[in-house]
Design a protein around this ligand. Sequence first.
Ligand code: ADP
Ligand code: MG
Length: 223
Amino acid sequence: DKKETTESDKIPFIGELSTSVIHEIRNPLTTLKGFMSLLETETTNKGKEYVGIMRSEIERIEKMANDYLHCSKPQTHQVQQQNIVALIQSVVFLLEPSAQNKQISIHSNFNDQPIHIKCDEVQIKQAIINIIKNAIEATPNHGEIIVDIKQKDHTVLILINDNGSGMSQEHLNQLGISFFTTKETGTGLGLMVTYNLIKNHGGQIDVSSKKGEGPSFLIQLPY
Ligand code: ADP
Ligand code: MG
């Protein structure tokens, strides 16, 4: 007998497929950038201007790919016991250089005591990377980002705070909606991906912010 393919059957497949496609997109982009640098040295002023435009457009595609998939290997959904504390420490370590570029310090307000949850390591890393990347972008030079982990009942709470200028209620309402961005070169993809990944893990995200005060992101994951 015939089984109809429903939308929800297709979703995991599309997720895996797009993850691999986006991963594969990055290699030709790197090649393109290399040849554009060569072209730049061979060309006249007007040509240099065009190459500049091409480069910034390629960088936009790269940004989208990075918001969607930060890790270097193509991945499939793989749920395993993970130490969420170590996972978050590794994300902080990864983003430390971009924070240091703006003399921003990332404080981890938690100890090394492991907390194990069942999750897809790559996906949860990506979800948190996207939030901390935004925090780094929103925080002024010499600012501070605070990351904390707590346990409550059967939930692990991950808190990320920055001391940027925060968001209005109107912006808060639009978080996680496709392609919502207030940045000139933003993709509006980061939080949408994050919200979806956390939701797929049975978790939730709450954001509180007042204009003039850095926002506070609270991720709750069950274990
Ligand atoms: P992008 O970073 O490309 O703009 P995101 O989906 O990551 O896309 O974020 C969407 C929008 O949410 C941002 O453009 C910004 O307006 C807002 N936002 C996210 N995080 C913060 C933050 N820490 N402080 C202020 N605004 C934020
Ligand atoms: Mg972002």
